[in-house]
Design a protein around this ligand. Structure first.
Ligand SMILES: [Zn+2]
Length: 342
């Protein structure tokens, strides 16, 4: 049994690790294992090529990566500049920006983990272009790229896609991380993320995939059972600065990690994936190390990590597993996708 607290250096908070809790009894119905074969094209899918969306716009007859403005944006370039005063001590500000959708492939039946490496490279190049283009807009101060995968994280359409929120504000979690990195640079002169990489490399138990330019690991301070980080080895504030070679290396590591996730229980592995990139407000973020964080909500094939009393009620994470054990599981599965083996 372990009762341990681990410091999360990017969020500057403690994570409680109580790994013996993993096998406590649960009365839950198994989650639906989505193993049905999907068709390559679905006529009423709003993401498939050539189809009409609810807004009336029609998708291009695309063959690679396809980007369009979200028909239901949570931020808008048309947000009013002047808001009515909310009264008393309350404050408000406009949520301005651009929301986009990025389809990974015309194939409705695939996922990021099942794409060819060349298609993953194209996707990462699209993320580079989008960061540059949207980040150059004067009203955009941050470009958040994220993918929600799986019904348990609220995705109704399985067509592989991600979203981009280019906003006039920086989300709180990113601010926390940037503050930690900035303070670490000031106090030590070093890049915080490089110190994390050095600690993970020295320990080795949570190290998963590596090539010349990129790595994937479950960090010491993981909050979810399979919390993973994918990163280039060199420090860049955003994905836009990576060379073609580094993009290819990052794509290869990301792809292998996602294949290992799917192979773990031979089912599509749900997750929330987010790019952690520097704001685009013109300030110096040379201390920020661009990386991708992947947060899978499952602890077992039929068991969600429920966010409850400690997490929602008090804002602190209790992890029921140790990342050392979970990394060993992921290293033991094949690196070829189970659907490609059949
Ligand atoms: Zn589709």
């Amino acid at each position: 049994m372990t009762w341990e607290q681990r410091w999360h250096p990017l969020r500057r908070e403690w994570v409680v690790v109580a790994a013996h809790r993993q096998n406590r009894p649960w009365n839950t119905e198994p989650l639906q294992r989505v193993v049905r074969a999907l068709p390559e094209y679905v006529s009423d899918c709003y993401l498939c090529p050539g189809n009409q969306r609810v807004s009336g716009a029609r998708n291009a007859d695309y063959s690679g990566v396809f980007v369009f403005d979200n028909d239901h944006p949570c931020v808008s370039p048309d947000a009013p500049h002047e808001l009515a005063p909310p009264g008393g001590i309350y404050q408000s500000r406009p949520a301005r920006g651009v929301a986009r959708v990025v389809c990974y492939t015309p194939r409705h039946d695939l996922s990021l983990a099942e794409l060819e490496l060349s298609s993953v490279v194209s996707l990462l190049e699209t993320w580079q272009e989008q960061y540059r283009e949207l980040g150059a807009r004067p009203e955009v101060n941050h470009v958040l790229v994220f993918e929600n995968r799986g019904e348990v994280v609220g995705v109704s359409n399985p067509h592989p896609h991600c979203q981009i929120y280019a906003t006039n504000f920086v989300f709180k979690g990113m601010e926390l991380e940037l503050d930690a990195e900035r303070d670490h640079r000031r106090e030590t002169g070093r890049v915080l993320f490089q110190d994390i990489l050095a600690a993970e490399r020295a320990d080795g138990r949570r190290w998963l995939v590596e090539n010349d330019g990129a790595v994937a690991f479950l960090p010491y301070f993981a909050r979810y059972a399979y919390d993973a980080i994918v990163a280039p080895k060199a420090t860049y504030p955003s994905i836009a600065e990576l060379s073609r070679k580094e993009v290819r290396e990052l794509a290869a590591v990301l792809l292998e990690l996602l294949v290992r996730f799917d192979n773990l229980w031979e089912m599509p592995f749900p997750y929330v994936l987010a790019l952690h990139q520097a704001p685009t407000d013109g300030a110096d973020y040379s201390y920020h190390h661009f990386h991708i964080q992947i947060h899978p909500p499952l602890r077992k094939p039929n068991l969600l990590k429920y966010l409850a009393g400690p997490e929602v009620g008090a804002g602190g994470f209790i992890s029921d597993t140790s990342p050392e054990d979970k990394a060993a599981e992921l290293r033991a599965v094949p690196a070829l996708h189970y659907r490609q083996r059949r």
